[in-house]
Ligand binder design. Structure first.
Ligand code: PMP
Length: 395
């Protein structure tokens, strides 16, 4: 019982700081209108930015994939789990990324979390390497850097000049700069053109985690590299596929030699059962939508919803950071107030999560509003009205 009492003390400490997180159970597919814990809700919290998670064509492709390839892969990629569905998807991603990385090849991994661990542990495998990590990077990049044998140096958010000083001062044999493209709790973009120019000048890799950009940014949805028109052998790109692509997993795209090193060395690729091939098959349907006219239409609608929300919100005390992406945080400050506001929204049938430390810095607890092309303008207007009224009511 002493063991359990020790755990309960830790949980009590979290509760006393308003840091206990609660699991909610969704009883219907991921979509703006959901049944959650048995109740009808309007959700503004998924990363299903294009509304593809419950798209009929993607669901049909998932069913077809299961019939064609079975339910599971049965083994890791290098043993016997690498199916034609994986190979075809990787070929397509390689071709997609060729305008951005010469001799591009791609690898499909089970999750974005694992893809980030794979890249950083393989590129940063030696003690004489150094990982330069952006201050607001996602937890999976932080964990990847911790697992790597390389040293780690954190550079201030968005600060290209400070990063340059760190690169100049470093004597590391291998330099790896790593950044989110779209910051997951703020929605702003990393200055990728400046970062890439710096990396090329200093012979460093630029690892870009485009979890929130893939599918959304760029004329054909190919993400941040397309958005900024970047091309370089120094680029290593990670696109996650459980967000805008609506399915799951992630791909890494880089020069063929980098990808071959990952196949040989990246433990999160080698030592895990390959994702069910049906997922890879379903993703082909997502990619068809993303790169076609429907994808273009969905991105345009999403952009209009973002403008609508920003025009309609009138924060007095709360802050609306300058984000043009589907991630629209409303910064409230204290954990308690953020929780109270999220609870009041919940009572009105609006599902918007309160994000607290350690996910964000202390004193910057926020509502993380995410929009999807599946939302309507009426739904966005409803949320804006509720937020404006709540801020006035809690003043
Ligand atoms: N990178 C970023 C920036 C993320 O926000 C996330 C997921 N929240 C991931 C990586 C991990 O991706 P996945 O959910 O596919 O593991």
């Amino acid at each position: 019982m002493d063991l359990i009492a020790g755990i309960d003390r830790k949980l009590d400490a979290l509760a006393s700081q308003s840091l206990i997180r609660r699991l909610r159970v969704a009883d219907s597919p991921c979509a703006p209108r959901q049944v959650v814990d048995g109740r009808d809700m309007l959700a503004f919290c998924s990363n299903d930015y294009l509304g593809l998670a419950s798209h009929p064509a993607v669901i049909a492709a998932l069913q077809e994939g299961a019939e064609r390839y079975g339910a599971g892969s049965g083994a890791s990629h290098l043993v016997s789990g690498h199916s034609r569905a994986h190979a075809l998807l990787e070929e397509r991603f390689g071709a997609w990324m060729t305008p951005h990385v010469p001799q591009a090849r791609a690898l499909y991994l089970c999750t974005g979390y694992m893809a980030n661990l794979a890249v950083l542990t393989a590129l940063g495998a030696d003690a004489d390497a150094m990982i330069f990590s952006e201050a607001l990077n996602h937890a999976s990049l932080i964990d990847g850097a911790r697992l790597a044998k390389a040293g780690v140096s954190v550079y201030p958010h968005g600060d290209v000049a400070a990063l340059e000083q760190q690169l100049i001062a470093s004597t590391a044999a291998t330099k790896i700069v790593v950044t989110d493209s779209v910051f997951s709790m703020d929605g702003n973009l990393a200055p990728l053109p400046g970062l890439l120019a710096l990396c090329e000048r200093h012979g460093a890799w630029l690892v870009v985690d485009d979890a929130h950009g893939f599918g959304v940014l760029g004329a054909t949805g190919r993400g941040a590299l397309e958005h900024f028109g970047l091309h370089s052998p120094n680029l290593v790109y990670i696109g996650t596929l459980g967000k805008a692509a609506g399915v799951g997993g992630a791909f890494i795209a880089a020069h063929g030699s980098v990808i071959e090193l990952l196949v040989q060395r990246a433990r999160p690729y080698i030592y895990t059962t390959a994702a069910p091939p049906a997922l890879a098959h379903a993703l082909q349907a997502s990619l068809d939508i993303i790169e076609g006219e429907e994808g273009k239409r969905r991105r345009a609608h999403l952009a209009a919803l973002v403008d609508h929300l920003r025009d309609a919100l009138r924060p007095q005390r709360w802050q609306l950071p300058p984000s043009t992406t589907a991630i629209q945080p409303v910064i409230i400050g204290s954990n308690e107030e953020a929780l109270r506001v999220a609870a009041s929204l919940h009572e009105q049938g609006l599902w918007v999560p309160a994000i607290r430390p350690p996910t964000v810095a202390a004193g910057t607890a926020r509502l993380r509003v995410t929009l999807s092309a599946a939302h309507t303008h009426e739904e966005v207007a409803l949320l804006a009205r509720a937020l404006n009224e709540l801020e006035r009511a809690t003043a």
